[in-house]
Design a protein around this ligand. Sequence first.
Ligand SMILES: Cc1ncc(COP(=O)(O)O)c(C=O)c1O
Length: 380
Amino acid sequence: MAQPIYLDYNGTTPHAPEVIAAMRPFLEQEFGNPSSSHWYGIAPKQAVEQARRQVAGLLNCEANEIVFTSGGTESNNHAIKGIARSRRESGNHIITSCIEHPAVLEVCRALADDGFETTLLPVDRHGLVDPMELKKAIRPGTILISIMHSNNEVGTLQPIEEISAIARSRGITMHTDAAQSPGKVKVDVQALGVDLLSVAGHKLYAPKGVGALYIRSGVQPAKFCHGAGQERGWRAGTENVLEIVGLGQACEIAGRDLDNQGSRMRSLRDRLHQGLRETLGNEVALNGHPEKRLPNTLSLAFRGLAANRILEEIGLDIAASPGAACHSDQVAISHVLQAMGIAPEWAMGTLRFSLGRMTTAAEIDRALEVIPAALRKLRG
Ligand SMILES: Cc1ncc(COP(=O)(O)O)c(C=O)c1O
């Protein structure tokens, strides 16, 4: 049986062939510890440093501003807890948004036990944070602002440059969770003006379990993991050489192919959107910003239907994600759609289609047959 068409690249991505090729020697031969001073340590050490340069190249920073982590969640933990701890003397207030990934929201929630207070900024119906609201939320003890670069569910891109400028003018450290962005849109830490930025390998064709944190030179989060001093002491533990090499290669390709891939994904995504609009008319609505949005992301609300029922119906043909989860007879609408004020009759029938490097026009055309047919069936 043919595999379903994969339209869940924001969930995770397959490994790019170039990533597999770059990792292979470290799976098969180069087993050495990069900290070893003998011959076996040389190639792994060089490979880790090469990967650091590749990540830095994509983000437009110095290699020594990159720390490797186990992924987006760890990078966010490291950034937020690290700054909270190191800036404790200056205050206990953090600002974030109510549409962040749990890898930010739960970290802030946990810090409440240590006396930190968090303000959750609202968003508008497109999922945008208003910089004026941010200004109002700042108080004398505000030490950290963490606003995501792009939203994983609806793809909305935040005005990070503007937000960073506000943070900088008030002496507040600025972090952005960019787990979803590299390879889809340009991510330049100088242009963005951020102090810390999180990257997740498995969203850009590298393996699961590897990521990176950009820490601007001079910014000093508290040490995250104490031990033998790897990663300049920020994050001790023998390096995950294999996957770090994969992440480096993934960043190299992401930068090289950004323009091509960005426009290719956008045109396929818009073909899907347009096609569904033509057949479904006002039964379908877009969630997220019409323009300020990741080029691969299409969150669509199908009025009056349950997302899980649609996924069951299309599941043999298409893999996508629900915007609402059905537990027994209760429908739990995602916190992102709730914060955007999407009416329940639309939110409960929301699906996220996310495209990637491997998506083809033939797959989109097939999706344009399968989805309307499933909806017709469900509506009887
Ligand atoms: C916006 C965002 N932040 C953080 C994460 C967590 O990244 P990881 O799975 O690498 O821990 C994800 C993963 O879905 C994400 O979409």
